[in-house]
Design a protein around this ligand. Structure first.
Ligand SMILES: [Zn+2]
Length: 291
């Protein structure tokens, strides 16, 4: 098995290491699924959550650097991706009562700019100073810079909390989920898209899988993990499903191209993934109970 040299990259970004327990159940008992120089991904022996340990103590500073670096490219997509986001947001119309919409991890505001155009009172929260400044100053959006808990939104406030490619970055997903539940109105929904540890792509690529990176991805999820998170946070599960399959590694400096037989398999694998829950991303819709 390839052992990824994480420590070299961590040294480049000045990371200090910190050990941790399972965020969901607090257990320190686990077994390593992937070993890396400097870190490892562990599966909690008690609840099955998959987490990186150790992780960087200065995660937010490292992320801020990434945000600032990628901001120009991201900002250029605000208008280009608006039609697609408006189409995606139509699926949430059935939940509109208060008219309040929140994106957890809104980056520079691509989705909430579209939500505002669709008539929502759109809010965003993100830890990046650079991204939230852009959202506020350039796009005139309502965004909070900090964590969701720090934002301290009112109880029962939002119809929809939306999150795209964020849960894998969170150090404390369970605390965030509890906070999402508190600020949703009864019957409101939490939609999220995150990585799928159970994906065919991860199984094929092993440590070349683009999400094997404990600096950026401190949790990697399975559909079972999502069900367990939802159960412990007292959500009703509306739906959990997975996307299609793209067998592509994404490690810096990698020139690996999928061989012809994998490119040929992409269609059938994507089809199979729909029925087996082994697509690249997990998507889910959780509902706050009415009681
Ligand atoms: Zn656990």
């Amino acid at each position: 098995m390839t052992v990824v040299d994480t420590r070299t990259r961590w040294n480049q970004v000045g990371a200090e290491f910190v050990d941790r327990h399972c965020d969901l159940c607090g257990s320190g008992e686990s077994h390593a699924l992937v070993r890396l120089h400097g870190s490892a991904y562990h599966e909690c022996a008690s609840c099955g959550l998959i987490y990186a340990c150790p992780i960087a103590r200065n995660l937010s500073a490292i992320n801020e650097h990434n945000y600032a670096e990628n901001l120009p490219a991201y900002a250029a997509k605000v208008e280009r991706q608006k039609p697609r986001n408006l189409r995606r947001l139509r699926g949430f119309e059935r939940y509109r009562q208060t008219g309040n919409f929140l994106e957890l991890g809104c980056n520079a505001g691509i989705v909430i700019a579209a939500a505002r155009d669709a008539g929502w009172r759109a809010h965003g929260v993100d830890i990046s100073v650079a991204a939230t400044s852009y959202a506020r100053e350039t796009l005139g959006l309502e965004v909070f810079c900090g964590t969701l808990v720090e934002a301290a939104y009112a109880d029962d406030h939002f119809d929809v909390v939306y999150s795209n490619s964020v849960l894998e970055h969170l150090e404390h997903p369970f605390a965030n989920l509890l906070e999402v539940r508190r600020i949703l109105r009864p019957g409101g929904v939490f939609y999220a898209d995150t990585v799928n540890w159970d994906s065919y792509t991860r199984r094929i690529l092993g440590t070349e899988w683009r999400y094997i990176d404990p600096i950026d991805h401190v949790h990697l999820y399975t559909p079972r993990n999502v069900r367990e998170l939802a159960r412990r946070a007292d959500f009703e599960i509306e739906r959990i499903w997975t996307t299609g399959v793209r067998v592509e590694p994404n490690r810096p400096g990698t020139r690996w191209r999928p061989p012809w037989h994998l490119r040929l398999c992409k269609g059938p694998l994507s089809l199979a993934a729909r029925f087996t829950g082994r697509g690249d991303a997990i998507r889910f819709l959780l509902r706050k109970p009415l009681r």
